[in-house]
Design a protein around this ligand. Sequence first.
Ligand code: ATP
Ligand code: MG
Length: 230
Amino acid sequence: PSPGAPPTIRVESVRFSYPEAPRPVLDGISLEVRPGERVAILGRSGSGKSTLASLIRGDLKPDAGTVELGGVPAGSFGDDMARYLGVIQQQTYLFNRSLRENLRIGREDATDEDMNNVLERVGLRTLVERLPEGLDTLVDEAGVRFSGGERHRIALARVLLQDVSTIVLDEPTVGLDPATERALLKAVFATTEGKTLIMITHHLQGVADMDRVVFLEDGRIELEGSPAVL
Ligand code: ATP
Ligand code: MG
């Protein structure tokens, strides 16, 4: 696929089991996400949502079936995947380096202005401006410096900075209060205009603005349709 336009994501009859697990986490999942579409993935804890995200990212390979981005198997992109797909994983990875270095991962040429703009969108600009060292502040690995919700928003800011056509967010609003969550989803929608957005969530909030919802249960897609089906 070309880096500019979002590729169609096609998940076809995918079965996946973790080694030594008694039964498959995903068992016959098919899903097509069109360029620019916004899809919410819902389902109980343990239903396989994050696993599906890892398969789309090519970090896991299906036991059966295929996962393709623009007709190319997700597993064959390797490091190139970062040019197409921006992901925030459920476990937020921040490094014990400066805020600036953390934000620049995947977008080396981001200027301070770019970073301030995106920090504004995720509601962190004021906080960062008040830090004596601003963007040079060290993000402590143990998470002493920033709260859980703030760390999550830093990771989100990083992904929103990236020049990618597809974004996969695994529970982007976990740990946030409802008002912050609303503001953040608004920012996500504004920043991802024209991009494909796959958002894994437990909350119904924000889902009304998605084009489609997919509900995972017992390894299968149990329900799929416009947000109105919920
Ligand atoms: P949550 O809403 O809690 O994030 P999820 O829908 O994202 O849940 P997954 O993380 O995809 O669920 O996990 C699906 C199932 O696979 C769970 O039962 C989980 O325990 C299991 N699982 C996840 N990762 C591994 C792993 N690395 N090895 C073995 N089993 C795993
Ligand atoms: Mg998960």
